[in-house]
Design a binder for this molecule. Structure first.
Ligand code: NDP
Length: 287
């Protein structure tokens, strides 16, 4: 069933989300703080709202895709009365604590709240590989899932509104550390004359293949026994050669030294013969 939906915030991401809704045949009202950004959407069939208040009044479902937590409050605080009885799906990036705060604010105002974390860039919205994580109101997720599925794969994690943000940020943590690892490698080979593009061509298939190790690490962590046979030991994974080669190339050792510190802490505690998955314990129990 097609839904009447309003989108607040027409930045890069808000325009992509609204565009996918229009394309899927939903009656879509759009609003942006500064004018002009709605023009293309209106040409495609969206309805322009002059104010955020008009947009909220247009239908039962409001999507917020603003800059951050503060901008969501700035736009919605004056509209709490209008939002009462409606559903707010907030896909603005916030911390878990900020998502929970918005959920409590919404509950006070009589607003049904669902929080979303978008695992995609605007170009990916509505295409393969796009995924959005949700938490908060199960009723809202169930009711609007067909609409949410126009953006990508929709996954719901529970009533705690902070979970979508938590899982979003956990995935981004993995991404950024991997990106830093790639850039470290590119810096290491640069003094020998290899261009970053050549290194990228080698690194992309290698790192993609290495994601196959996640499941094995996870099985060890979930099994609770770091001594199971067949793992690469922490002593073997000392990273000393990588640090020495980095220094010899004259590049910073920081990115790799960070990983070595996490390994060393487990070796120093007497776990050197156990598997690499034990690094999880260094992170789980900060010093
Ligand atoms: P943009 O910078 O392109 O757009 C920001 C939007 O927020 C604009 O519509 C802007 O309005 C609006 N805005 C900012 N401050 C206020 C305010 N105080 N009051 C009203 N409106 C305000 O960002 P994106 O569209 O890329 O991102 C939007 C959200 O989506 C962010 O939380 C981002 O983290 C998240 N996201 C983005 C991804 C991406 O790849 N782009 C990926 C995943 C999540 P105005 O035009 O008037 O400035």
């Amino acid at each position: 069933d097609k839904v009447r939906v309003s989108v607040l915030g027409l930045g890069e991401m808000g325009r992509a989300l609204a565009g996918a809704l229009v394309k899927d045949g939903h009656t879509t009202t759009v609003w942006n703080r500064s004018p002009g950004k709605a023009d293309d959407l209106v040409a495609q069939g969206a309805e322009r709202a002059a104010t955020a208040r008009d947009a909220v009044r247009a239908g039962p479902l409001v999507i917020a895709c603003l800059l951050d937590h503060a901008s969501v409050h700035e736009v919605l605080d004056p509209l709490a009365g209008e939002l009462a009885g409606r559903t707010l799906i907030n896909v603005t990036t916030t911390s878990p604590a900020q998502s929970r705060e918005l959920a409590a604010w919404a509950a006070d105002a009589g607003v049904t709240y669902l929080d979303g974390g978008i695992m995609a860039v605007p170009d990916m919205i509505g295409r393969a590989g796009s995924s959005v994580l949700y938490s908060g109101s199960a009723d809202a997720f169930d009711r609007y899932k067909p609409l949410l599925d126009t953006w990508g794969t929709s996954t719901y994690f529970g009533e705690d509104a902070g979970l979508a943000s938590l899982y979003d940020l956990a995935l981004l943590a993995g991404m950024y550390v991997m990106f830093a690892g790639f850039l470290h490698g590119a810096a290491m080979v640069a003094p020998s004359g290899m261009r970053a593009g050549e290194f990228a061509a080698m690194a992309a298939p290698w790192l993609s293949a290495m994601t196959g190790a996640f499941e094995g690490f996870a099985a060890v962590i979930d099994g609770g026994d770091y001594t199971v046979e067949g793992q690469q030991s922490l002593e073997f994974s000392d990273l000393g050669d990588i640090l020495a080669a980095s220094s010899d190339q004259g590049v910073s050792t920081e990115a790799v030294a960070m990983v070595q510190r996490l390994i060393r802490r487990q070796i120093d505690a007497g776990h050197g013969g156990e598997g690499f998955a034990r690094v999880f314990e260094s992170i789980r129990r900060p010093q």
